[in-house]
Design a protein around this ligand. Sequence first.
Ligand SMILES: [Zn+2]
Length: 457
Amino acid sequence: MKIIPALLAAALLAAPATAAPGDAAEAKALLMDSVGFASVQGRGQTPALARFYRDWLVARGFAASDFQIEELAGTAMLHFTWRAPKAKAPPMALTGHLDVVAANPADWVRDPFKAAAEGGMIYGRGVMDNKFDVAMLLATLARLKAAGFTPGRDVHLFLSGDEETDGVTSAAQAKQAKALGIEYMLNSDGGGGALDAAGAPFAYKLQASEKSYADFTLTITDPGGHSSTPGASNAIARAGLVAARIAGHRWPAQVDAITQASLAAAGAARTDELGAAMRRFAADPTDAAAIATLRVNPGTIGQIATTCVPTMISGGHAPNALPQRVTITVNCRIFPGTGIDAVKAELARIAEDPGVVFGTGIDWPVTPPSPLRADVVDAVAAAVKTRKAAVKPTPGMDAGATDSVFWRALGIPSYGVSGLFIRAEDAFAHGLNERVPEAAIAPGLQHWDVLLRRLAS
Ligand SMILES: [Zn+2]
């Protein structure tokens, strides 16, 4: 999942970077063709998309024998190795994902699985998350190859097949990367830039940390009975109380070096009350007034604490019967370094109902922030500089989670370095009428070109 920096405002004028027009046209065609594969869980098209990407690169001179497509967990994952003739450094990895979130055509203005270019925008499911950056990355590999570039280290491209759902291929690829001795990973599905309302770049987040993700099921059972003879206990009423207590809980404020730096930078770019609270919290993470302000803002609550919210409920079995069973799903976004068991114990305490039985749905690993490597930070700064705007990348934490959690959990430093700058009002990843500006393609190619020339040569 991709989350656009939510912390930001302010404006600076800029001219777009340029790539050769032919390259941009080819990258646009690759992006639009890739949207035509409905690589949604359960539709069986992800392996076809993997083969399409492989064939596209093979047609541009890469060796078919350097690609592996493996089908796993009802989906597929792709691994490509661009071998260095003489490796002078340990291997590095580039990542993205093949799959997209489901989309119901009835809700969309256009067919979500047929890319449409209209009014300067390209529409389609996955066109932003994550097919834009995957297409830019592949097109950049092809451009570099055509220009005679050879890597000075092995470059491994990993595209997972279930980043949006189960993460089975993501976890498998992280293990493969660990066995290959990958030094660090650049994830095309994290970080990225923000444009102001007028379309000028004003911020860039280098994603160096992210929360982990856990779903818990809380089940309450009751003897039930005829609805005309209610007793003191009612499973639906109990579940309602538990849900309200969890929704109202104030998780303690937390900070680490990455969130402190990102809040300080975002605060410095704002003149409003929220900006002042960001600056005060970055200076003193115990500032109660600052915490109170950040806690009530949806764009900042996730940056200062673990969050857990009830997201689904099911229960009862007949209109005229006392409910025998109610299940609430609680979704948690857990601050880096905090254990899932500690969160579960806290939920049990908050619930104040010893009859609640806990189950676990998805639970992703707990991960530390990645250390800010100077080579990566400098390369990203150089890539962002091509936008000709006075924007410096700020390290940041995503409140969602990407493939990087599996890599960080195995000790591989991972950085979200998307080449997409977009206005907050155009960012509809996971939502309706997902889109990217056509004008983002040429600078997106430039972005990956700078990163790969600096880090892979
Ligand atoms: Zn994504």
